[in-house]
Design a protein around this ligand. Structure first.
Ligand SMILES: [Zn+2]
Ligand SMILES: [Zn+2]
Length: 377
């Protein structure tokens, strides 16, 4: 039953282009479903704080407008679902959204808020929802307006895998952060006598600190990334990221969890060890997140004079290219300068790769098979 429902939902999400046009009820169905899932997750976050919520988001639940916001989401989802039911012959999306709205209301009526003890292992459902909504709101219109492959659908091949990667890295954000910060914190702990240096660094203007962080982390990232390409055991992990055959705002999420922890923990070391101001760290984290999403996005952003200065989508798309020439090139994530310096720069004039992935597509499909891939290879 559940399996059939899932299949039916998936079929309608992946409907061919002629069945997705404005007025077909597809858009309202998708929006209704997304908003109903968002409401359910946020309600669970509020009612089961510390189990399905993120500690950093607890001020959200304390807001007097939180309940109103949830009600608005539920009403919007319900109205969109009704429009789907009216406009579309296949009513599965609207129907499911209404079921989820009813479920959310039932839980809201029956389950009292319980503040469980916050722990690092809580599942951040709330963070997942806010993250996907904000990232989607920013990048889906961007890809619609400036799309490179305009025929590529939102629910393209393997979107479920990439969404699952997004889900995992979002719901475990607190645990991941703990692991990620461990090496940097150990270094900070043992270098108490760097206090003067740290003070000097933290007192620089914010913009300068952010640029310095970008350079330092990109230098570390460049060699970390290159090692993951050239050491066979490490390549098993990184091959997962390169197994994406479609590039868009969701494709960059596809990354083996071992690589996520390794990459993040190494790149934050210089940031913390050198004592950059907290505001600079936060600004950089937001920037690198948006940048990582942007360089994978399906956008034809191609400003010639920026090309040698900062990494553009075309630069990183070449890193993912299926062509022979695209193997082991363009490792930087901020500054192409590092690739020029170390001899791995590749940018054929005005061209994009003909396809993406690894020749022969050796990595299996599906999250768990990909999780095991480096160990079995
Ligand atoms: Zn790579
Ligand atoms: Zn990538």
């Amino acid at each position: 039953m559940i399996h059939k429902l899932r299949l039916a939902i998936r079929n309608d999400l992946e409907a061919p282009e002629e069945a997705r046009h404005f007025g077909s009820g597809w858009l309202s169905g998708v929006a209704a479903l997304v908003l109903s899932i968002a409401s359910l997750c946020l309600l669970l976050g509020e009612r089961l704080q510390g189990i399905f919520s993120t500690q950093a988001l607890s001020p959200l639940y304390a807001l007097p407008q939180f309940t109103l916001m949830l009600q608005v989401l539920l009403v919007a989802s319900f109205l969109l679902a009704c429009s789907n039911l009216v406009l579309r012959r296949n009513r599965i999306l609207g129907f499911t959204a209404i079921l989820l709205v009813l479920l959310t209301i039932t839980i809201a009526e029956t389950l009292n808020a319980q503040a469980a003890r916050a722990s690092g292992v809580a599942l951040s459902l709330d963070w997942f929802v806010l993250n996907i909504l904000l990232t989607g709101l920013l990048f889906i219109p961007l890809e619609k307006l400036f799309g490179r492959l305009t025929q590529q659908a939102l629910f393209r091949d393997e979107w479920r895998e990439d969404l699952f990667y997004f889900l995992i890295s979002s719901v475990f954000v607190q645990t991941l952060t703990l692991f990620t910060l461990a090496p940097a914190m150990t270094i900070v702990h043992h270098t108490g006598d760097w206090a003067t240096l740290r003070q000097t660094i933290a007192s620089q203007p914010l913009w300068l600190q952010v640029i310095e962080i970008m350079f330092l982390t990109d230098f570390v990232q460049y060699w970390f990334h290159r090692a993951f390409h050239q050491v066979p055991f490490l390549w098993g992990f990184h091959a997962v990221h390169h197994s994406a055959k479609k590039m868009d705002w969701l494709a960059g999420s596809r990354m083996h969890i071992v690589e996520i922890v390794g990459l993040r923990s190494m790149t934050v070391v210089p940031m913390y060890a050198l004592g950059f101001a907290e505001s600079a760290l936060h600004l950089y984290i937001l920037l690198v997140y948006l940048n990582a999403t942007f360089v994978h996005a399906n956008v034809r952003f191609n400003v010639e004079w920026l090309k040698p200065l900062i990494v553009t989508p075309r630069f990183h798309h070449w890193h993912h290219g299926i062509e022979k020439e695209a193997i082991d090139v363009n490792f930087a994530i901020h500054f192409p300068l590092f690739d020029k310096l170390f001899g791995t720069y590749y940018m054929p004039k005005n061209q994009w790769p003909s396809g993406y992935g690894i020749g022969g597509h050796p990595v299996p499909n599906g999250y768990w098979k990909q999780f095991m891939y480096p160990f079995k290879k």
